[in-house]
Design a protein around this ligand. Structure first.
Ligand code: ADP
Ligand code: MG
Length: 333
């Protein structure tokens, strides 16, 4: 069973950046307004993430790293939303199978924080210990993939893994209003990213991608009743008049607050811009879609990276039409 768990874990968490994505989602779901990350050796030696969210009840610590426990599920009444928001109760279970995991957490109702260490999904025998700490949760993940040598061999060096981590944090920073982020390497006394909680979306993009990108953005907010149901979308996209994205920043897509890849949407948008932008220039795109959860399937792939939704063509056509209208109205003004 243990070997099977490790193989399964190695398919969900295929690189340190996947672990970071899951941890960010948990911290954001817990209502955090600050999230601080420290990374050692591209996350392979150590990942530390500290948030100021709700904390985890002491009584929940023993089941924190179990897969699909009924007690985990009972917190959620609606099975559909479980699928939508990526709830599978698998992230910490997977991480604890392939690393040394320590959790320090405090809810506002507890007088102290509690420190819990996990091996193979189980809370260590001596249980959780009271320690000093602030409200919120810190996770310390050490020696990721220490027991999955094939995974370690498949990874790039620490620097490249670090860049992949920063990329995921950047994307969540653009999207997560009212949440502040910092990230740095262990031992460094300066942060590689500082996003203050109260920054607006445009200023977040400016801090991360520079003012030449930020100054060239226009708003794309949409709302419509489609066959797929009520559809909403918010975002910032390149103003075709000026933009010159030589760095080829990949599109930032969120669906129902989850960072996803959606290649059909990416291709359709790039197609629209191809008639506006000179060859070799790519648009900056940040789009956050909201769809009725029943229509979204995030579990087409274990890492939840690629997403599928019903009436995909209808939604994409609608976005493309609105985008074209917006760009041509700017063009003629
Ligand atoms: P899932 O997010 O799918 O429920 P996870 O393994 O990612 O599964 O997390 C399990 C549970 O642990 C979460 O549902 C949440 O209740 C709790 N949890 C994890 N991280 C945090 C955090 N940073 N703050 C508060 N609760 C957390
Ligand atoms: Mg989670």
């Amino acid at each position: 069973k243990s070997v099977v768990n490790k193989i399964a874990a190695g398919e969900i968490i295929i690189a340190p950046a996947n672990a970071i994505k899951e941890l960010l989602e948990n911290s954001i779901d817990a209502g955090s307004t600050t999230i601080d990350i420290t990374i050692k050796d591209g996350g392979l030696k150590q990942i530390t993430i500290t948030d100021n969210g709700s904390g985890i009840n002491k009584d929940d610590l023993p089941i924190l790293c179990e897969r699909f426990t009924t007690s985990k599920l009972s917190k959620f009444e609606d099975l559909q939303s479980i699928a939508t928001y990526g709830f599978r109760g698998e992230a910490l279970a997977s991480i604890s199978q392939i690393s040394h995991l320590t959790v320090i957490t405090k809810t506002k109702n507890e007088p102290t924080a509690w420190k819990a260490q996990f091996t193979d999904g189980m809370l260590n025998k001596n249980g959780a210990k009271p320690v000093a700490g602030k409200n919120g949760t810190s996770l310390i993940i050490e020696d990721l993939f220490y027991n999955v040598k094939s995974r370690l061999r498949a990874l790039r060096g620490g620097n490249e893994e670090y860049l992949k981590i920063v990329d995921v944090v950047n994307r969540y920073s653009v999207h997560s209003k009212n949440v502040g982020f910092t990230i740095k390497k262990t031992g460094s006394n300066s942060n590689d990213l500082i996003i203050r909680p109260n920054l607006n979306t445009k200023d977040r993009i400016k801090v991360i991608y520079g003012s030449s990108v930020a100054n060239d953005l226009i708003d794309l907010s949409l709302q419509a009743n489609l066959d797929v149901g009520l559809f909403k979308c918010e975002g910032m996209i390149t103003n075709s008049n000026y933009y010159n994205n030589k760095k080829r920043i990949q599109p930032i897509f969120f669906i129902n607050n989850r960072l996803v890849a959606c290649d059909p949407l990416k291709r359709a948008i790039n197609q629209v811009y191809s008639s506006y932008l000179p060859k070799g220039h790519t648009p900056f795109i940040y789009l956050a879609l909201e769809l009725d959860p029943v229509n979204v399937d995030v579990n087409v792939h274990p890492t939840k990276r690629e997403v599928r939704f019903l009436h995909e063509d209808e939604v994409i056509d609608y976005i493309v039409r609105e985008l074209e209208a917006k760009l041509s109205s700017l063009d003629s003004s």
